[in-house]
Design a binder for this molecule. Structure first.
Ligand code: ADP
Length: 466
């Protein structure tokens, strides 16, 4: 019925978060690497091209000033200072005959300029990246066709740039591994820390599953979501615990309240059986048994009524009910009861009708319960007053008595099923009346409250929407 709890680390949210984090980190670092790589390659290449261009211009000016002899010397000098392995300079006539050159001993594989140069217009330059046979790194060359059609060629090895880029790739490679490893560790720690609240909730749920309802999730510092989860979980536990306690109490009360009449029925039957067994004894037994059975059926019916009303499945016959008229009738009905007890029953009801949408039978039951209680818990000579007040939107009904009142500690429980304050324990009443009234008023979207002070009296107030 329940799926098994899985323990594999790969299925954990922490692992998945770490994986996402690592992948994101890898993608971001690679993007940064590629962007920097492109930018660096471009900048280095561009800078070298500028150097080549400026040196070709210098040679051109020198050629104009000192003709080919000056250039030959300059080629030697420049190659010596720049390094014969790194740079070379050549000059060709318009028909590509070599006129001057620097030390080409390290550039043996280099051929003559390409024939495309013949089509190159005067005063224009052409850049090329070439691979020189016998050399590991490529080289960059510039050809410039000067005014008289001769061509100046300047070449520079790309070794420095290539080594720089290699170092960059290498450094990035190691950096990437370190970032990934550190990132994964940090991600794993963070995810575990964030998830520790969820683990606590799980542990608590497991303990509760084993029957320990008193346990609560400790509220930590992992963040608002976990904080709220722990609070919501604890609130739910609080509610479950109070429901379980209530259920236990109700079960106890039901057992107790059903046991007493059943024991009484048994007692009556037993006494009759062991007695003289005359007809009138049997008749009396039958009538007592019927009375007790009616009481039992009454309790069971009221319990069902409360349950149905609370769960919203009760069959309500909703009509427009004149609440003022209904209360007046209840007042008249209870007048003789009050008189019998020596209690003065008064009412203060407006003459006009006040209409409420509701179930007349159930609203009558609520009023009967409140009046019955008020008269019952008021000693002879006391007073019970009913007030009804209507506003534009609601009607307020109060039943005020100056009876025994209710203790502070009982006050918040009197609307619970079977709850009876200690003082009323001995009576034959069952503690379901107010619980039913509460359920009915709530089903009518109203409210029922109580104010009471022991020895002074109680006031029950109902507010119903008009
Ligand atoms: P019961 O059948 O015992 O009257 P209720 O649910 O009607 O059951 O009332 C629950 C308890 O609330 C009573 O047992 C009594 O202790 C207390 N109570 C109700 N109404 C009054 C009242 N008007 N004055 C004093 N106590 C009251």
């Amino acid at each position: 019925m329940f799926s098994k709890r899985r323990n594999s680390i790969f299925g954990t949210v922490a692992f998945r978060l770490t994986l996402w984090y690592a992948v994101l980190l890898a993608v971001l670092s690679l993007t940064v690497f590629v962007l920097v790589y492109i930018r660096l390659t471009y900048t280095l290449g561009h800078r070298l091209d500028e150097v080549l261009l400026s040196s070709v211009k210098e040679f051109e000016e020198l050629y104009d000033e000192q003709s080919i002899d000056g250039l030959k010397d300059e080629f030697q000098r420049e190659a010596a200072s720049g390094g014969a392995k790194r740079v070379f300079f050549q000059m060709f006539s318009p028909d590509l005959k070599l006129l001057a050159t620097s030390d080409m001993s390290k550039w043996k594989g280099i051929g003559k300029p390409l024939s495309v140069l013949e089509d190159l217009p005067n005063n224009k330059e052409l850049f090329q990246t070439i691979s020189v046979p016998g050399r590991k790194y490529n080289s960059r060359v510039i050809y410039k066709k000067i005014t008289d059609g001769s061509i100046i060629e300047v070449g520079h090895t790309l070794k420095d740039n290539s080594i720089l880029m290699e170092r960059y790739r290498e450094t990035f490679g190691w950096g990437f591994l370190v970032i990934l490893a550190l990132g994964s560790i940090v991600g794993w720690l963070l995810a575990n820390r964030a998830m520790s609240g969820v683990k606590r909730v799980t542990q608590t749920a497991v303990r509760i599953g084993r029957g320990d309802l008193t346990h609560r999730v400790p509220v930590g510092q992992e963040g608002l979501e976990i904080h709220n989860l722990a609070l919501a979980f604890n609130e739910m536990l609080e509610r479950i615990q109070s429901l379980v306690t209530e259920l236990k109490e109700v079960t106890n009360n039901v057992a107790h309240d059903l046991r007493s009449p059943i024991t009484r029925i048994r007692g009556i039957a037993e006494t009759t059986l062991t007695g003289q067994q005359k007809l009138d004894a049997y008749q009396q037994m039958s009538s007592s048994v019927i009375e007790e059975c009616d009481r039992l059926v009454g309790i069971i019916n009221t319990m069902l009524d409360i349950a149905e009303t609370q769960s919203g499945v009760a069959n309500f016959t909703t009509t427009q009910v004149d609440i003022a008229g209904l209360i007046r009738e209840a007042y008249e009905l209870f007048q003789p009861v009050a008189e019998d007890k020596g209690v003065i029953l008064e009412c203060n009801i407006p003459a006009n009708s006040l209409f409420v949408l509701g179930d007349i039978g159930r609203l009558q039951r609520v009023m009967a319960n409140l009046l019955d209680n008020a008269i019952n818990y008021t000693d002879s000579g006391g007073r019970v007053v009913i007030y009804v007040e209507g506003t534009q939107t609601q009607v307020k009904i109060s039943v005020e008595d100056n009876g025994i009142g209710i203790d502070e500690e009982d006050l918040h429980q009197i609307f619970e099923r079977f709850y009876r304050a200690e003082k009323s324990r001995s009576s034959h009443r069952n503690g379901l009346g107010l619980s039913l009234a509460h359920a009915i008023i709530h089903a009518h979207e109203g409210e029922i409250t109580v104010e009471s002070s022991p020895g002074k009296g109680s006031t029950f107030t109902i507010i119903l929407p008009l």
